[in-house]
Design a protein around this ligand. Structure first.
Ligand SMILES: Nc1ncnc2c1ncn2[C@@H]1O[C@H](COP(=O)(O)OP(=O)(O)OP(=O)(O)O)[C@@H](O)[C@H]1O
Ligand code: SF4
Ligand SMILES: [Mg+2]
Length: 336
């Protein structure tokens, strides 16, 4: 198995007037080629910041302050390239020009809200041609349109609708168009940030199934960001759980659901409804995630954890191998 992406010790901070918020805190994560990694956790825990860091599109006033993001590229990225080993580049060190070559072609990002990402003045066809021509000046407009139509067709949208404008589509169709645009340059890695959150459950299920088919068809590796663990149960091969900027647990999906190791994962799963177990009582985690401008010492979860020990408020638990084959950051497993 080849790792397409290796994140080492990544730290991202936002510099605000009220202080510094560390949204991604010393994260280590590997992503295997052709697999789907689910990134989950409560709102504000750093999921989008981590996803955006990989594309180097962290929003102002955020900045990558430490760490490396090693990515396996398929093509040369220009004379200014800094290749590391066999086709591996460190995203953190690339120039903005090199990043522009990489974005779209090697990796693409699908945002949550298609209405703000699509230009209401342009037809869907124009979105496709502008994007494709910006990266490939040799391609004819007709060929770019044809590629767009082929992608729309795979997403269940009639190819002739390529001449329509964003407002002529339903919410689900617009999200499909966004996914299609993400695939237009045939990237290896697709990062989807809450792609179905604003949709009803039926359309959500359809789109997730289509995404799984596209993943096979286009040989994609995917990162699926969501706060909905139910969505990940059906789509992800592995799941990474984040809390207050830190990784708490990473495991294969069936293992994470069957035998969660981290107390935070255990508490999160108690709040996921299960239609096959109507007798299951749903619960929520008392309290709220910490303020990242004034984080607690030690384990970020210690103020809400049912197993809290003295060491938890003092020492940050390291990420260690878990007995279920994943990794976990908790003093219950460090002899604490
Ligand atoms: N533009 C910004 N300015 C200042 N701080 C920010 C900004 N964006 C994010 N942050 C900080 O980074 C933290 C993580 O934000 P991020 O958007 O990555 O979380 P998330 O897990 O994607 O949340 P959600 O599920 O709500 O999308 C926030 O809690 C906030 O402290
Ligand atoms: S380190 Fe301590 S507080 Fe944190 S999850 Fe583990 S037991 Fe709970
Ligand atoms: Mg987000």
């Amino acid at each position: 198995m080849v790792d397409i992406l290796k994140i080492n010790n990544l730290t991202v901070e936002y510099y605000t007037r009220r202080g510094t918020a560390r949204a991604v805190d010393r994260v280590f994560l590997n992503l295997e080629e052709n697999k789907t990694l689910g990134l989950a956790g409560e709102s504000g825990c750093g999921k989008s910041t981590l996803g955006r860091s990989i594309m180097r599109i962290v929003q102002y006033p955020g900045r990558i302050v430490e760490g490396e993001i090693l990515f396996n590229i398929k093509e040369d990225i220009g004379s200014n390239k800094r290749m590391i080993g066999r086709g591996e580049v460190n995203i953190v060190e690339l120039s903005e020009e090199q990043m522009r070559t990489l974005r779209g072609k090697e990796m693409a990002y699908i945002f949550q809200d298609p209405m703000t990402s699509l230009n209401p003045m342009l037809s869907i066809g124009q979105h496709f041609t502008q994007l494709i021509e910006a990266h490939d000046s040799n391609i004819e407009e007709e060929a770019a349109l044809e590629r767009g139509q082929e992608i729309l067709d795979s997403l269940g949208i009639l190819p002739e609708r390529i001449t329509d404008y964003p407002h002529q589509f339903s919410g689900g169709m617009r999200q499909r168009v966004m996914i299609g645009l993400g695939l237009a340059l045939r990237p290896k890695l697709l990062i989807s940030d809450e792609p179905t959150t604003s949709l009803d459950v039926v359309v959500e299920a359809q789109i997730l199934e289509e995404m799984a088919e596209l993943k096979e068809k286009f040989n994609l590796t995917m990162i699926l960001i969501t706060h909905n663990l139910g969505v990940l149960a059906q789509t992800a091969d592995n799941i990474a759980i984040m809390y207050a900027g830190r990784l708490m647990e990473v495991a294969a999906t069936d293992v994470l659901f069957g035998d969660p190791q981290h107390p935070y994962t255990q508490e999160l799963l108690k709040s996921v409804p299960d239609v096959s177990k109507p007798e299951k009582k749903l619960s929520w985690i008392p309290g709220a995630p910490p303020d990242l401008l004034d984080p607690p010492q030690g384990c970020m979860f210690h103020l809400r954890c049912p197993y809290v020990m003295e060491i938890c408020g003092e020492v940050v638990p390291p990420l260690t191998s878990s007995k279920t084959g994943g990794t976990v950051a908790c003093h219950l497993y460090t002899g604490g």
